[in-house]
Ligand binder design. Structure first.
Ligand SMILES: [Zn+2]
Length: 216
């Protein structure tokens, strides 16, 4: 089955996709990773992508579509994908539909994590990284405790670019850009809205339950 997962910044979407990929033997596909891999290959397309990104420009939907086609045409990934952060807009969603049809695959479901704005703010603002050992914690949701972390608390650092203003604006941008895509999938009866307000395990159990119930 192919699955698409949507979630606002800070909702733990990456963590959830990673766990789903592992438990359901799926391959996690993010366009960011695809772009980086292509650049690393130094292919013609990779070089083109690099020059676009170096100029600070956005990679076109067509380029993204080519990279996605490479994946969908690969038998290794046949009906075993979890799309993380893709499609980004309606054009990409329509392109994806065409490719899915072309390679005789199916989108089994589209999951969207719904998270309260104040919770997202806490998730992002509470994020801490230990500069000594590299473990990550959250001041509000996953506080560092002696049992699993014995470094001095002075090593716990927060990302400085995450101020409230950027969080709110990232969330607004996400909602504005994602709503039409969610409606697009809603009209195809593929959309499952998942309450993303619990902790990581709670949310994961809701998501995995939905996926297990899919008739694929
Ligand atoms: Zn540490």
């Amino acid at each position: 089955m192919n699955i698409i997962l949507f979630g606002p910044p800070g909702a733990g979407k990456g963590t959830q996709s990673e766990a789903l990929a592992k438990d359901f033997s799926l391959f996690q596909i993010s366009t960011g990773d695809l772009l980086r891999e292509e650049i690393k290959k130094r292919s013609d397309l990779g070089n083109k992508i690099k020059s676009i990104i170096d100029k600070g420009m956005l990679v076109s939907d067509q380029t993204i579509n080519n990279l996605i086609e490479n994946i969908l045409s690969n038998k290794k990934f046949d009906n075993r994908l979890i799309f993380d952060g893709y499609p980004r807009n309606i054009n990409q969603a329509k392109d994806l539909d065409k490719l899915i049809k072309k390679y005789k695959q199916k989108i089994a479901s589209v999951l969207s994590l719904n998270v309260d704005k104040s919770v997202i703010t806490k998730r992002i603002l509470g994020r801490q990284v230990c500069s000594n050992c590299g473990l990550t914690f959250n001041e509000f949701f996953k506080p560092a405790n002696i049992k699993e972390h014995d470094c001095d608390p002075k090593f716990l650092q927060k990302r400085t670019d995450d101020n409230e203003k950027t969080i709110v604006s990232r969330l607004e941008t996400y909602t504005k850009e994602t709503l039409p895509i969610l409606n697009y999938y809603k009209n195809q009866n593929l959309l499952y809205e998942v309450d993303g307000m619990g902790d990581i395990d709670e949310i994961y159990s809701k998501i995995s339950q939905i996926i297990r119930s899919l008739d694929t």
